[in-house]
Structure formats: C-alpha cells, structure tokens
Write a protein that binds this ligand. Structure first.
Ligand SMILES: NC(=O)C1=CN([C@@H]2O[C@H](COP(=O)(O)OP(=O)(O)OC[C@H]3O[C@@H](n4cnc5c(N)ncnc54)[C@H](OP(=O)(O)O)[C@@H]3O)[C@@H](O)[C@H]2O)C=CC1
Ligand SMILES: O=C(O)C1=N[C@H](C(=O)O)C[C@H](O)C1
Length: 255
C-alpha cells in the first residue's frame, strides 16, 4: 500500500526535509503540501498550496496521514482539521502552551495523534537511558545544555524539556535553574538549564552529570535535519492504521 502523506509548513526548514524524505521512499507519496503564502512554487515536483484551504484539501485528497512541523499556534488547528476529516496526524512541532497541548490532546479522541519533540532515533535512546543514569548517580550535579540555530523560537527546546522530565522523574531535584549571572552559586539539587542559539546548528543536547571527582556527559548531535524527517515519515507510515489516541516516537521504535 502506498502511504499518502500530507505536509503542513511545506516550505519551512523541516517541511522541505519531509518532502525530500518522502520522495526518497517508494512506499510513500505526497498528496498535499501547504504553506501560508504559496507563490505557485513546486518542491520535489509537489505543488505548494494555500494553508487557508487546508480544511477542504485534507478532505478531498484523503491523505493516509499528515506530517506537521509548523508552530504551536498552527499545529492544533491542523490537528483539528485532521480530526474532522478522520486523518491521522503526526507533529514534531515544539513550544506548546498548556492550552495548545490540550487542543492536540482533544484531537486524539477522534484520530491517532503522534507528537514527538525529536524524531532522531539517537535522541529516543537518550530519553530511554537518561533516567537510569541519573538514578545510578544519585546526588551528582546535573546540568543540561542545548544548542540550536539562531532562528529557533522556543527555549528550552522541546527535546530539552522531554529530557528534563525524565531526569526529574528519576532523582530528588529541587527545580530547574535557567542560566546564571552575577553572584549566583549553584544550589544543591537544582538542575541547571542552558540555552545557546547560534548560527545554523541543527540541534545539540548535552547532559552533564558530575560530582567533585568525576563527570559523565551524554551528548546527542544531529548532523542534519534529514534524520528528523526520516523519523517523522516512519512515524506517519506506522500511525496510518492505528486507533485514535496519543502516541509518541517510542511506540514507533518499539515495533
Ligand atoms: N520533532 C523534531 O524532530 C523537530 C522539531 N522541530 C520543530 O518543528 C517546528 C518547525 O521548525 P522549522 O521547520 O525549523 O521552522 P520554520 O520556521 O523553518 O518552518 C515552519 C513552517 O511552519 C509554518 N508556520 C509557522 N507558523 C505558522 C502558523 N501560525 N500558521 C501556519 N503555518 C505556520 C511556516 O509557514 P510559512 O512559510 O507559510 O510562514 C513555515 O513554513 C518547530 O516547532 C521546531 O522546534 C524542528 C526540527 C525537528
Ligand atoms: O527547532 C529545531 O530546529 C529543533 N527543534 C526540536 C526541539 O525543539 O527539540 C528538535 C531539534 O533539536 C531541532
């Protein structure tokens, strides 16, 4: 069966990568690609159409799944349209406020919705192991540093927040400390969180776990955005025949 993919934010950094990733696969085709202000352009032979027509296009084209890398304001709207049309929805968008996350959750009553802040397999491995590492080094200082390109809007990254949740669930921490300046010594039990935005860095996450005699560093570095796009397309193929509900990338990799 050919998986018919819809792509939102199709001319964005990730949208273009998703179009390229689908073009590389024989089992998938793009049947719908939108952005907010198309000027008749095509990417990898796919016509970019107006996002304002998404609600009717998603009904007419009958995609097997839609892949969304846009923004926290738009992803819930696209999810709602997919919910109306009965089309599974994959989103890698980050930076959601609570109400936006709830809207996404609401869509999952009607359709399968898969949200992952990072579609790199290596990051999923990091998420899987970081809790155990922190637990086995109880009492050590823990700090997280993430670096991204200078156009990224949300901070800390969705991936950083996901890793921090895992860390917090596996130790006796007092809270997150976002950056330091002036006379601001480290307090016992805090998790330092440091955000760098520079140049065209694709995405780096490092967790430093140290006491006064040793340190462990867990680092993930994405070399290109293709790794995220390939994971998102895998997720769309996997999600196509699932029941309504919320899923994450770990579910895809578990099979
Ligand atoms: N989960 C993962 O593995 C990854 C997640 N991300 C996340 O994906 C998202 C997109 O990142 P990136 O591709 O770099 O961003 P870009 O800014 O390059 O692209 C975003 C696209 O979404 C569209 N868009 C943005 N806001 C709206 C809106 N309010 N309504 C409709 N369309 C909108 C833009 O459309 P237009 O061109 O029409 O303005 C643009 O095409 C971010 O949240 C980022 O953190 C990024 C990489 C990997
Ligand atoms: O905006 C990006 O570029 C990325 N965002 C994701 C995040 O917020 O975690 C994933 C990746 O690191 C790239």
């Amino acid at each position: 069966m050919t998986v018919r993919v819809g792509v939102t934010g199709a001319t964005g950094r990730m949208g273009q990568e998703v179009l390229a990733a689908v073009a590389e696969r024989e089992d998938c085709e793009v049947v719908l690609a939108v952005n907010r202000d198309p000027d008749g352009e095509t990417i990898d032979g796919v016509e970019i159409e107006p996002a304002s027509e998404f609600d009717s296009l998603v009904v007419d084209r009958e995609p097997t799944a839609v892949i969304d890398f846009t923004g926290p304001e738009s992803a819930p709207e696209y999810a709602a349209a997919c919910s109306e049309a009965g089309v599974p929805f994959v989103t890698g968008t980050t930076g959601f406020e609570d109400d936006e996350r709830e809207e996404l959750e609401a869509a999952s009553d009607e359709i399968p919705v898969l949200h992952a802040p990072n579609f790199a397999r290596g990051v999923q491995t990091l998420v899987d192991v970081v809790g155990d590492v922190v637990q086995s080094l109880a009492g050590y200082d823990v700090e997280l540093v993430e670096t991204h390109h200078n156009q990224k809007r949300d901070a800390p990254s969705g991936t950083a927040n996901r890793l921090l949740s895992e860390i917090e669930a596996n130790g006796d921490f007092t809270g997150r400390k976002h950056g330091r300046e002036g006379f601001d010594p480290r307090e016992e039990g805090e998790i330092g969180v440091h955000v760098l935005r520079a140049g065209n860095v694709t995405g780096e996450h490092e967790i430093v776990i140290a006491d006064n005699h040793e340190e462990v560093r867990l680092t993930h570095r994405a070399e290109d955005r293709g790794v995220f796009a390939a994971g998102a397309v895998d997720a769309a193929v996997w999600l196509a025949d699932r029941d309504p509900g919320s899923y994450d990338f770990a579910d895809v990799l578990a099979e």
